[in-house]
Design a protein around this ligand. Structure first.
Ligand code: GSH
Length: 254
């Protein structure tokens, strides 16, 4: 296989899932940051009907969707596997990946965007990770961005309440799967795609150090986010996530 290029939004937790997998496997890749909204021109040019990121280009092959990308990478690059070799372990890792893709992927995003929707922080959060010109454009585009996100992710009070419940159910399940032990991995005794998925997709809520969601010093956090963050940080799930970022994510990314 040839050169790897990842089309992404820096702030997207699904893109973080793929970046983490690439880093964990020790692969070299080039990041291309797309501008939300304008990204659709590029996804169409890449031949995709869906406009979601991440999209991975492996040589000339275009692979959309973090799960498809994960399977492709595990198939084509066998070093540092993130799927266990045995059928039972592999099945468990893929089932958990599927579950956390929704429970944290969809619901953490929807609940958090709903909380920051009316905050002046919105453009700053979304455009962190871009160069200065894109950040200026982001501030100017903030009203459009707000409207776009509201309709794309159906950010209503009722949906946000439902997402909060799903997110908390996901946190309960994560703790059950870990046997309430924050030092454990989800499958066997090594990092797998299940850990990468659960940790990357829950990270925006808990803002682990070194992640794109780390809260800059002095930044104001909406009170609903601060309260849920403080609550989950005290729990096994919170301790587990910070441990995964400190020991698995940062070490390998470095
Ligand atoms: N199932 C997809 C979901 C990816 C996704 O929802 N990405 C969001 C960013 S977090 C996106 O690209 N949104 C823009 C759009 O839908 O046009 C995956 O796992 O890659």
């Amino acid at each position: 296989m040839g050169a790897l290029v990842l089309y992404q939004f820096p702030v997207s937790h699904y893109c973080e899932k793929t970046r983490w997998q690439l880093d964990a496997k020790g692969l070299t890749y080039r990041l291309v940051n797309l501008i939300p909204g304008l990204h659709r021109y590029r996804t169409r040019r890449l031949g995709q009907r869906s406009s979601t990121l991440p999209i991975l280009m492996d040589d000339r092959r275009v692979i959309p969707d973090s799960t498809e990308i994960a399977l492709h990478l595990e198939r084509e690059y066998d070093r540092r596997p993130l799927l266990p070799a045995d059928d039972t372990g592999r099945r468990r890792a893929l089932d958990l990946e599927d579950y956390f893709d929704d429970a944290f992927g969809i619901h953490c995003r929807r609940w958090m965007y709903y909380q920051v929707m009316s905050s002046p922080l919105l453009a700053e959060v979304v455009f962190r990770g871009y160069g200065a010109p894109a950040r200026v454009m982001g501030r100017l585009m903030a009203p459009m961005l707000r409207r776009g996100l509201r309709s794309l992710y159906q950010l209503t009070a009722a949906n946000a309440a439902e997402s909060r419940a799903c997110l908390l159910a996901g946190i309960d399940r994560l703790e059950r799967e870990l046997g309430d032990d924050p030092t454990r991995y989800l499958v066997g005794d090594a990092l797998s795609l299940a850990d990468v998925t659960a940790a990357a997709l829950l990270a925006p809520l808990l803002s682990p150090l070194g992640s794109p969601w780390e809260t800059p010093a002095g930044a104001e956090v909406p009170p609903e986010i601060a309260a849920l963050r403080a609550e989950v940080n005290q729990r096994t799930a919170g301790k587990w996530l910070h441990a995964r970022y400190a020991t698995d994510r940062m070490r390998l990314a470095a």
